[in-house]
Design a protein around this ligand. Structure first.
Ligand SMILES: [Zn+2]
Length: 223
Protein backbone atom coordinates (compact mmCIF):
# COMPACT_ATOMS: atom_id res chain seq x y z
CA UNK A 1 0.00 0.00 0.00
CA UNK A 2 1.40 3.41 -1.01
CA UNK A 3 0.61 6.35 1.19
CA UNK A 4 2.45 9.67 1.53
CA UNK A 5 0.66 11.11 4.59
CA UNK A 6 0.61 10.13 8.26
CA UNK A 7 0.67 6.35 7.97
CA UNK A 8 -0.35 5.68 11.58
CA UNK A 9 -3.64 7.66 11.44
CA UNK A 10 -4.36 6.26 7.96
CA UNK A 11 -3.75 2.71 9.14
CA UNK A 12 -5.76 3.24 12.31
CA UNK A 13 -8.84 4.35 10.37
CA UNK A 14 -8.31 1.61 7.79
CA UNK A 15 -8.34 -1.02 10.55
CA UNK A 16 -11.72 0.26 11.76
CA UNK A 17 -13.29 -0.14 8.31
CA UNK A 18 -11.74 -3.56 7.65
CA UNK A 19 -13.57 -4.85 10.73
CA UNK A 20 -16.96 -3.97 9.18
CA UNK A 21 -18.80 -7.02 7.81
CA UNK A 22 -18.45 -7.49 4.07
CA UNK A 23 -15.71 -4.86 3.73
CA UNK A 24 -12.37 -5.97 2.28
CA UNK A 25 -9.02 -4.10 2.37
CA UNK A 26 -9.54 -2.36 -1.00
CA UNK A 27 -13.01 -1.11 -0.10
CA UNK A 28 -11.79 -0.04 3.34
CA UNK A 29 -9.06 2.01 1.69
CA UNK A 30 -11.62 3.69 -0.59
CA UNK A 31 -13.62 4.71 2.51
CA UNK A 32 -10.51 6.20 4.13
CA UNK A 33 -9.62 8.08 0.92
CA UNK A 34 -13.17 9.45 0.74
CA UNK A 35 -13.05 10.68 4.34
CA UNK A 36 -9.61 12.17 3.74
CA UNK A 37 -11.02 14.38 1.01
CA UNK A 38 -14.41 15.10 2.64
CA UNK A 39 -15.19 18.55 4.13
CA UNK A 40 -14.53 18.86 7.90
CA UNK A 41 -18.28 19.39 8.48
CA UNK A 42 -19.00 15.94 7.01
CA UNK A 43 -16.51 14.12 9.24
CA UNK A 44 -17.66 16.11 12.28
CA UNK A 45 -21.29 15.11 11.67
CA UNK A 46 -20.28 11.52 10.96
CA UNK A 47 -18.47 11.23 14.28
CA UNK A 48 -21.47 12.80 16.10
CA UNK A 49 -23.90 10.46 14.33
CA UNK A 50 -21.78 7.43 15.31
CA UNK A 51 -21.61 8.49 18.97
CA UNK A 52 -25.35 9.31 19.19
CA UNK A 53 -26.36 6.11 17.43
CA UNK A 54 -24.23 4.04 19.78
CA UNK A 55 -25.60 5.94 22.79
CA UNK A 56 -29.22 5.22 21.76
CA UNK A 57 -28.67 1.57 20.75
CA UNK A 58 -29.67 -1.19 23.11
CA UNK A 59 -30.47 -4.88 23.06
CA UNK A 60 -34.12 -5.95 23.23
CA UNK A 61 -34.74 -7.99 26.38
CA UNK A 62 -37.32 -10.08 24.50
CA UNK A 63 -35.66 -11.15 21.24
CA UNK A 64 -32.08 -9.86 21.83
CA UNK A 65 -32.03 -7.80 18.63
CA UNK A 66 -30.21 -4.46 18.86
CA UNK A 67 -32.44 -1.44 18.27
CA UNK A 68 -32.65 2.28 18.99
CA UNK A 69 -35.40 3.52 21.27
CA UNK A 70 -36.41 4.34 24.81
CA UNK A 71 -38.35 1.14 25.58
CA UNK A 72 -36.80 -2.06 26.93
CA UNK A 73 -38.12 -4.04 23.96
CA UNK A 74 -38.02 -3.55 20.19
CA UNK A 75 -41.07 -2.52 18.14
CA UNK A 76 -41.67 -6.11 16.99
CA UNK A 77 -41.75 -7.53 20.53
CA UNK A 78 -44.03 -4.69 21.68
CA UNK A 79 -46.42 -5.07 18.73
CA UNK A 80 -49.53 -6.65 20.29
CA UNK A 81 -50.92 -7.58 16.87
CA UNK A 82 -48.07 -10.09 16.48
CA UNK A 83 -48.80 -13.77 17.02
CA UNK A 84 -46.99 -14.47 20.32
CA UNK A 85 -47.65 -18.19 19.92
CA UNK A 86 -45.25 -18.32 16.96
CA UNK A 87 -41.56 -17.85 17.73
CA UNK A 88 -39.07 -17.59 14.87
CA UNK A 89 -35.50 -18.43 15.89
CA UNK A 90 -32.77 -16.74 13.82
CA UNK A 91 -28.99 -16.81 14.03
CA UNK A 92 -28.36 -13.05 13.98
CA UNK A 93 -30.07 -9.62 14.05
CA UNK A 94 -29.80 -8.96 10.32
CA UNK A 95 -31.76 -12.14 9.60
CA UNK A 96 -34.80 -10.49 11.23
CA UNK A 97 -34.52 -7.57 8.81
CA UNK A 98 -34.35 -10.00 5.87
CA UNK A 99 -37.39 -11.96 7.07
CA UNK A 100 -39.36 -8.79 7.85
CA UNK A 101 -38.73 -7.61 4.27
CA UNK A 102 -41.01 -10.45 3.12
CA UNK A 103 -43.99 -8.86 4.91
CA UNK A 104 -45.54 -12.27 5.65
CA UNK A 105 -44.11 -13.15 9.09
CA UNK A 106 -46.70 -12.85 11.85
CA UNK A 107 -44.75 -14.08 14.88
CA UNK A 108 -42.08 -12.81 17.23
CA UNK A 109 -38.36 -13.52 16.99
CA UNK A 110 -35.49 -14.81 19.05
CA UNK A 111 -31.86 -14.10 18.07
CA UNK A 112 -29.78 -17.14 19.04
CA UNK A 113 -26.51 -15.27 18.53
CA UNK A 114 -24.71 -17.98 16.55
CA UNK A 115 -24.80 -21.67 15.67
CA UNK A 116 -23.67 -24.77 17.54
CA UNK A 117 -20.65 -26.12 15.62
CA UNK A 118 -20.79 -29.80 14.68
CA UNK A 119 -17.36 -30.33 16.22
CA UNK A 120 -18.35 -28.92 19.62
CA UNK A 121 -21.91 -30.08 20.21
CA UNK A 122 -22.15 -27.84 23.29
CA UNK A 123 -24.20 -24.62 23.01
CA UNK A 124 -21.80 -22.43 24.98
CA UNK A 125 -21.59 -19.49 22.59
CA UNK A 126 -25.28 -19.05 21.86
CA UNK A 127 -28.29 -17.87 23.92
CA UNK A 128 -29.42 -21.39 24.54
CA UNK A 129 -30.64 -20.98 28.15
CA UNK A 130 -32.42 -17.71 27.30
CA UNK A 131 -34.15 -19.43 24.36
CA UNK A 132 -35.42 -22.27 26.51
CA UNK A 133 -36.62 -19.74 29.11
CA UNK A 134 -38.57 -17.88 26.42
CA UNK A 135 -40.11 -21.10 25.09
CA UNK A 136 -41.20 -22.01 28.63
CA UNK A 137 -42.66 -18.52 29.14
CA UNK A 138 -44.50 -18.04 25.82
CA UNK A 139 -45.51 -21.72 25.32
CA UNK A 140 -45.70 -21.25 21.52
CA UNK A 141 -47.91 -23.33 19.25
CA UNK A 142 -45.31 -22.97 16.51
CA UNK A 143 -41.54 -22.57 16.50
CA UNK A 144 -39.90 -21.81 13.15
CA UNK A 145 -36.12 -22.21 12.98
CA UNK A 146 -34.96 -19.91 10.17
CA UNK A 147 -31.26 -20.46 9.52
CA UNK A 148 -28.94 -20.13 6.55
CA UNK A 149 -28.16 -23.33 4.63
CA UNK A 150 -25.03 -24.63 6.34
CA UNK A 151 -23.90 -27.90 8.02
CA UNK A 152 -23.62 -26.18 11.43
CA UNK A 153 -27.16 -24.85 10.93
CA UNK A 154 -28.48 -28.38 10.32
CA UNK A 155 -26.65 -29.56 13.42
CA UNK A 156 -28.10 -26.70 15.49
CA UNK A 157 -31.62 -27.40 14.19
CA UNK A 158 -31.31 -31.03 15.32
CA UNK A 159 -30.00 -29.98 18.73
CA UNK A 160 -32.71 -27.35 19.29
CA UNK A 161 -35.44 -29.66 18.05
CA UNK A 162 -34.56 -32.31 20.63
CA UNK A 163 -34.20 -29.94 23.56
CA UNK A 164 -37.29 -27.85 22.78
CA UNK A 165 -39.32 -31.05 22.58
CA UNK A 166 -38.14 -32.04 26.04
CA UNK A 167 -39.46 -28.87 27.68
CA UNK A 168 -42.50 -28.11 25.51
CA UNK A 169 -44.38 -30.84 23.69
CA UNK A 170 -47.52 -28.92 22.79
CA UNK A 171 -46.27 -27.14 19.67
CA UNK A 172 -44.79 -27.84 16.25
CA UNK A 173 -41.27 -27.09 15.06
CA UNK A 174 -40.78 -25.96 11.47
CA UNK A 175 -37.68 -25.35 9.38
CA UNK A 176 -37.42 -23.26 6.21
CA UNK A 177 -38.09 -25.06 2.92
CA UNK A 178 -35.19 -25.50 0.56
CA UNK A 179 -35.89 -22.45 -1.55
CA UNK A 180 -32.46 -21.25 -0.49
CA UNK A 181 -29.36 -22.71 -2.13
CA UNK A 182 -26.60 -24.41 -0.15
CA UNK A 183 -24.21 -21.93 1.38
CA UNK A 184 -26.64 -19.03 1.05
CA UNK A 185 -26.63 -16.60 3.97
CA UNK A 186 -30.15 -15.79 5.05
CA UNK A 187 -29.37 -12.09 5.42
CA UNK A 188 -28.45 -11.84 1.71
CA UNK A 189 -31.43 -13.82 0.38
CA UNK A 190 -33.88 -11.70 -1.62
CA UNK A 191 -37.46 -11.37 -0.28
CA UNK A 192 -38.96 -13.62 -2.99
CA UNK A 193 -36.57 -16.48 -2.15
CA UNK A 194 -37.35 -16.05 1.55
CA UNK A 195 -41.11 -15.99 0.94
CA UNK A 196 -40.73 -19.23 -1.05
CA UNK A 197 -38.65 -20.85 1.72
CA UNK A 198 -40.98 -19.61 4.48
CA UNK A 199 -44.17 -20.81 2.77
CA UNK A 200 -42.56 -24.19 2.11
CA UNK A 201 -41.29 -24.61 5.64
CA UNK A 202 -41.63 -28.13 6.92
CA UNK A 203 -42.03 -29.76 10.28
CA UNK A 204 -38.68 -30.92 11.54
CA UNK A 205 -38.49 -34.69 11.90
CA UNK A 206 -36.07 -36.58 14.11
CA UNK A 207 -35.80 -40.06 15.52
CA UNK A 208 -37.94 -40.79 18.62
CA UNK A 209 -39.74 -37.53 18.14
CA UNK A 210 -42.98 -37.29 20.12
CA UNK A 211 -43.48 -33.77 18.78
CA UNK A 212 -43.36 -34.95 15.18
CA UNK A 213 -45.96 -37.61 15.93
CA UNK A 214 -48.12 -34.99 17.61
CA UNK A 215 -47.76 -32.72 14.59
CA UNK A 216 -48.74 -35.43 12.16
CA UNK A 217 -51.85 -36.23 14.24
CA UNK A 218 -52.76 -32.56 14.37
CA UNK A 219 -52.39 -32.24 10.60
CA UNK A 220 -54.65 -35.26 10.06
CA UNK A 221 -57.27 -33.78 12.40
CA UNK A 222 -57.26 -30.54 10.44
CA UNK A 223 -57.99 -32.28 7.11
ZN1 LIG B 1 -37.44 -7.66 20.41
Amino acid sequence: MLYNGNMSTFKRLLDFFIKLPGVGPRQAERFVRYIEKAPPQYTHELSLALAEFKRDSKQCDGCYMYFTGKEDQCAICLDQSRNRKHIIIVEKDVDILALESTGIIDGIYFVLGGLIPIAKDIPTHVRYDALLARIKKEKPFDVTIAFSVHPDADHTIGYLNNTIQNIHQEGSIHILGRGMSIGMELEYADPETLIHAYRRRTTHQSENSPLSVHTVKKQVRQK
